[in-house]
Every structure is written in C-alpha cells, then in structure tokens.
Design a protein around this ligand. Structure first.
Ligand SMILES: [Fe+2]
Length: 139
C-alpha cells in the first residue's frame, strides 16, 4: 500500500513497514519451501478492497489532516486483517504440530503486523494528529 501522508512520522512508518513486508514475504517463501510446496502469488480481495477504499478516500478528502487520519485508519484495518490471517495460520501450524521452521516465521510476521498496528494506533491520539483534534474540538 503506497501511502503519501503529509505527516513525516506516518510516512516513515508506512515505508518502514513496507520494507518489513518484503522480509515477511521471504519468510513465507521459506515456509512454503519447508512444506515442499510452491509459493504462488494470489490476489486477495479483502486487501484489494481496503486499497480501493483508501484510494477513494484519497480522492474524496482535501484536508491533509483528515487525509492523514484516513490513512491511519486504513493502515490499522490492513494490519488487523493481516494479524488475523497470521493468527489463523499459526493456529493451524500448532494444531498440525508443525516444526519451528514453519511456526517461527509465521509468529515473526504476526509480531511485526502487531507492532505496526500499535504504532499506527499510538499516532491516532498522539501529537501526530494534534492539529486535527485541535481544529475539531470546540474551545
Ligand atoms: Fe502489515
């Protein structure tokens, strides 16, 4: 998800997580290799829908602070979806008593998704969004 937030901390956070995501893909490829299965690229309609929603909001919102808030929310939704996917995969790996070679990469990816979610969530109420909250809060 390419996001050009006007908030520098937010933009850097999205860029950092994009790099983490590349590492996550490598981990998943290692999981497939350990399972002796081909890793195949597939479309994901849920993630595609979230991206479509983000693009719609980008076109509809002119205010930079409001757009940053929309990006925060879109990012948090994406991280929650990803966390849920890894929870399910980890649960299956545990139920099937797969080795750490399978489980650890899934857990590492989950941890990074959770960390990304928490960082976005913290920005929601922190100084990053202060100008928006100041404008929206009656004085
Ligand atoms: Fe993520």
């Amino acid at each position: 998800m390419a996001i050009n937030a006007t908030n520098d901390r937010m933009s850097e956070g999205f860029a950092d997580h994009r790099d983490e995501t590349r590492t996550q893909v490598q981990r998943l490829e290692e999981v497939f290799a350990a399972l002796d299965r081909p890793a195949e690229r597939r479309e994901d309609p849920v993630i595609d829908a979230l991206e479509a929603e983000r693009a719609t909001l980008k076109d509809a919102i002119e205010d930079d602070d409001m757009l940053n808030m929309a990006y925060l929310t879109a990012g948090m939704m994406t991280e929650r979806v990803e966390m849920t996917a890894y929870e399910g995969l980890t649960s299956m790996a545990n139920q099937l008593e797969y080795s750490d070679e399978i489980r650890k990469p899934l857990e590492s990816n989950y941890d990074e998704e959770q960390s990304a979610y928490r960082e976005l969530s913290a920005m929601e109420s922190a100084a990053d969004m202060k100008s928006l909250w100041d404008r929206l809060t009656p004085s």
